[in-house]
Design a protein around this ligand. Structure first.
Ligand code: V4E
Length: 265
């Protein structure tokens, strides 16, 4: 299952002409070359996964992955195919710690208080890897009693999961102390940097907090403002190629606003 899944503490930043120099000045150590990889993202019609901040993807060379908010995510209304008209976003995982009951439709909508935002743009996600773990989480979230499928691939059609995005990333990775820095270039002409640290669930809130500080420190040293939210590759891809899906997720507060210049090739 996803209980021992690593927690990824991550901050995105803009890569500029001075980023490489700043990295070497920090004593960055090169990590082994990663071959370019294709990510294919999936969601159900109505974007129930994305609206709940849950991201299913197949990453070339690594297999199936599910990124979930650190905490206990639920789908909006526990409904795998919510109505298009009035999306009621799932509230931030950090405020939602009651056990999920995805199979039973809830009579009341989720609380409407604003999600508790971390003081910076650092994001904290749980990552579940591999067919068995991803299938288990997916069926739980979608309220399907059991998983008769042997692979995520075989479960896509029966669960109503459809591709939303597909793109290739070229990635260079270095390490600055405990922080991993990735410089990404996507094949649709968008690049960004990510500073991240992986912690285990056993480490608890304290480890997450310390990782957050280190990740912010590296970004500051690279000249980036840790409060600024930089659009991810998926946000920019969707803004360009899936405007309706992008709008649904924007309205649910799940994707960053993509500026004009990032929309243009
Ligand atoms: C988590 C998430 C999305 C899925 C893609 O995650 P991302 O970290 O952008 O992808 P990538 O390729 O860097 O994955 P990695 O190799 O690090 O695992 S799409 C939107 N979100 C939520 C989100 C958000 N709304 N804002 C920011 C700044 N990050 C993530």
């Amino acid at each position: 299952g996803g209980e021992g899944a690593p927690i990824e503490v991550e901050l995105k930043f803009r890569v500029g002409p001075d980023t490489a120099t700043a990295l070497w000045a920090l004593g960055a150590v090169g990590l082994p070359h990663t071959p370019p990889f294709r990510d294919c993202y999936f969601d159900v019609p109505g974007a129930a996964l994305g609206r709940a901040d849950i991201w299913l993807r197949h990453r070339q060379g690594q297999g199936w992955q599910l990124k979930l908010p650190h905490g206990d995510p639920r789908l909006p209304h526990g409904d795998p195919e919510p109505a298009h008209g009035d999306p009621q976003p799932h509230r931030n995982a950090e405020t939602t710690r009651t056990p999920p009951k995805p199979a039973e439709p809830r009579s009341h909508p989720p609380p409407t208080s604003p999600p508790s935002r971390p003081p910076s743009a650092v994001t904290i996600y749980r990552e579940v890897w591999g067919d068995a773990g991803v299938l288990q989480e997916l069926t739980r979230l979608l309220g399907v009693p059991s998983a008769p499928w042997g692979s995520v691939r075989a479960a896509l059609a029966p669960l109503g999961l459809r591709p939303t995005a597909s793109f290739v990333t070229r990635r260079r990775s270095v390490r600055v102390g405990r922080v991993k820095v990735e410089l990404d270039e996507a094949d649709f002409g968008y690049g960004l940097g990510e500073a991240e640290e992986e912690v285990t669930a056993e480490g608890g809130a304290r480890e997450v907090e310390e990782a957050r500080k280190r990740v912010e420190g590296v970004c500051r040293a690279l000249g980036a403002e840790p409060r600024q939210r930089i659009p991810g590759k998926l946000s920019v891809f969707l803004a360009r190629h899936q405007p309706r899906y992008y709008k649904l997720l924007r309205e649910a507060g799940r994707l960053e606003e993509v500026e004009k210049e990032e929309k243009e090739e």
